[in-house]
Ligand binder design. Structure first.
Ligand code: GCB
Length: 595
């Protein structure tokens, strides 16, 4: 599915702004067919944004179930004869949309785009009403999983992951056109051999595309043509190529056109392409054939007021802070981020570990802490076959969306699932196979939890890279950094010895309330966070198989309520407002050569 584009043959309208909004507290909107008329009430909402924190109302923040969005859009008369598409960049966690009285699409999964061909449904040259219902419930069949508990005070959403269940239309909504015969998908896979770059491409077309031929041109950043080709697939070869590399997001422009038999273009689509290679060799992670060491963070799409709503100003600022601190990478913990984030990473040479929304698949853990759960994680009544299908679909949609981003170097199929049981192996094996089938060009991994060390984990051998989250000195031996250092070194050494793969420590961190201090490092103080990270860094520097360090977390973030959370998770190196804690300065010294 290609993103909306605007040029002589295509057009697009972003439908962001203020929409009508109704919280369906009684769950009656579907029966009463709320899409048939203006929504009840006079509430307005900003799109994109999570709805939870926009109103000074706890019942909206913690609402479980449907909310409704509605807007009216004028479809230009000039769009007559074009294929008209309604697209949602994301709706968390599932949605149904109508144009006027006609249902046009439904979608499951909160962080990937979906669209509907509405050519025959919209009235061109007139106003059209669009209504969307968004359901935020998590179940054993959703990714991520959860369940709704009926309590005496009403339904409560329970889940096992450690971030707030922000919901709604988090990203842009679009109405756009393509010609009837059009380019429907493009896949590029790049390679680099010495100074020669290759771009394998494949173009899919839809509609009455008979007799049409595809023509492609590759241009460098100055607009000079460096290669051209003809046909729906092929390989472009570029001598003396300027590669994409970490820290320098050099991009080529791949321009595809469909021509009719007279040679006139009937459709065109362009993509930014970074020519680079990725390979795991022994315990090394190679980008362009050179060993790469990841520095950076597990992040969250999380800001005050707008929650998980994408916003370019905040994104630019977050990337400026990554640059300031010397981070060269990030993990999209724990769900696919807005595509704008990947575009930005592409352009700025930030390396991305791209993760699905499969988090909280471990009933022994809840909200980051050990959970006295008696239910098994993988079973017919909890995470089972239906979840696995949803998970496979989530992987397909993630790879389809992000396959062309040079910044993405590694797929993460899940964060901290149970991985030491026969059930976990049976659950995960098909997911790895499918990810590799969809994209043989990138390594695949998952993020291992502390309960499944090197000799107990039965999933890690399926992965190309070992990714581990560890909290010695926090959840284990809190306050005791001397023992934490020993235990961490022992464990990482065991991983290196047993698996012989590159190790990326994708989480390590300590909750820190900005402004709390102590002379002797004590948990929750800024001094402790600095000392804690120092211990980990000493250990990483002693183990050659460790090829990456991503601190948990970039910034403080909202979570469900819990006695171990102080208005959210405080492991940020920046506060939620993006003010630096002391650790930000010590990381900057470690990660930047010039400080
Ligand atoms: C983890 C999880 C992350 C939590 C973190 C914590 O292992 O992957 O989502 O937020 O621990 O702070 O507990």
């Amino acid at each position: 599915m290609l993103r909306p584009s605007a040029h002589a043959l295509r057009d697009r309208r972003r439908l962001d702004g203020l929409w009508r909004f109704a919280v369906d507290s009684d769950g009656v909107g579907r029966d009463q067919e709320w899409w048939q008329a203006p929504l009840p009430g006079r509430t307005e909402i900003a799109v994109p944004a999570s709805y939870n924190d926009l109103f000074a109302d706890g019942s909206v923040r913690d609402h479980v179930g449907d909310v409704w969005y509605q807007t009216t859009v004028h479809v230009p008369a000039a769009w007559e004869g074009q294929r008209i598409v309604l697209r949602f960049d994301a709706a968390t966690h599932r949605a149904v949309a109508w144009v006027g009285g006609t249902q046009v699409v439904e979608h499951e999964g909160g962080y990937t785009p979906f669209e509907a061909d509405v050519t025959d449904v919209v009235t061109v040259g007139a106003d059209n009403r669009i209504t969307v219902v968004v359901d935020n419930r998590l179940s054993w069949e959703s990714v991520p999983p959860g369940y709704v508990e009926q309590t005496p005070a009403g339904p409560r959403q329970r889940y096992y992951h450690d971030f707030f269940n922000y919901s709604g239309l988090h990203r842009s909504v679009w109405l756009h056109t393509t010609p009837p015969a059009h380019i429907s998908d493009i896949t590029v896979v790049t390679g680099l051999d010495g100074t020669t770059g290759t771009v394998d491409y494949e173009i899919e077309t839809s509609g009455p595309a008979e007799g049409l031929t595809a023509h492609v041109v590759l241009r460098d950043e100055d607009g000079h043509e460096v290669a051209r080709g003809e046909g729906a697939s092929g390989t472009l070869v570029v001598d003396q190529v300027h590669p994409w590399r970490p820290g320098e997001g050099y991009l080529h422009r791949f321009e595809a056109e469909l021509h009719d038999s007279t040679g006139s273009p009937v459709d065109a689509y362009s993509l930014d392409v970074g020519v680079r290679s990725v390979e795991v060799r022994g315990t090394e992670f190679l980008i362009n054939g050179e060993p790469f060491y990841f520095t950076g963070f597990g992040m969250h799409e999380d800001h005050s007021v707008r929650g998980k709503g994408h916003d370019n100003a905040s994104m630019v600022h977050d990337f400026a802070l990554l640059d300031w601190i010397g981070a060269n990478s990030l993990r999209t913990s724990h769900y696919p981020y807005a595509e704008e984030v990947l575009d930005h990473a592409d352009r700025h040479g930030i390396v991305v570990i791209d993760e699905t929304a499969a988090v909280g698949m471990n009933l022994g853990l809840a909200g980051g802490i050990v959970n006295a759960e008696t239910k098994p994680t993988f079973s017919a009544n909890t995470i089972g076959e239906v979840t696995q299908h949803a998970h496979l679909q989530a992987i397909r949609e993630l790879v389809a969306r992000d396959k062309n981003h040079p910044s993405v170097v590694l797929w993460s199929v899940a964060n901290e699932p149970e991985s030491d049981s026969a059930g976990s192996r049976a659950y995960f094996e098909p997911l790895f196979t499918e990810t590799r089938r969809l994209d043989p060009s990138r390594p695949v991994g998952f993020v291992n939890v502390m309960f499944a060390p090197a000799d107990a984990c039965v999933v890690s051998d399926l992965a190309d890279v070992v990714m581990v989250n560890r909290y010695y000195g926090w959840y284990v031996d809190p306050g005791d950094l001397a023992n934490a250092e020993r235990a961490l070194e022992d464990e990482l050494t065991a991983w290196a010895d047993r698996h012989g793969k590159p190790i990326i420590v994708t989480e390590y961190g300590a909750d820190t309330v900005a402004g709390l201090h102590s002379v002797v490092p004590q948990p929750w103080t800024e001094e402790y966070q600095v000392a804690f990270l120092d211990v980990y860094h000493r250990v990483f520097d002693r183990i050659p198989a460790v090829v990456g360090e991503q601190v948990w977390n970039f910034a403080d973030f909202a979570t469900a309520s819990g006695f171990a959370r102080v208005q959210g998770n405080k492991k940020g190196v920046f506060t939620r407002e993006r003010h630096p804690k002391a650790a930000a300065f010590s990381l900057r010294e470690r990660w930047r050569d010039d400080v």
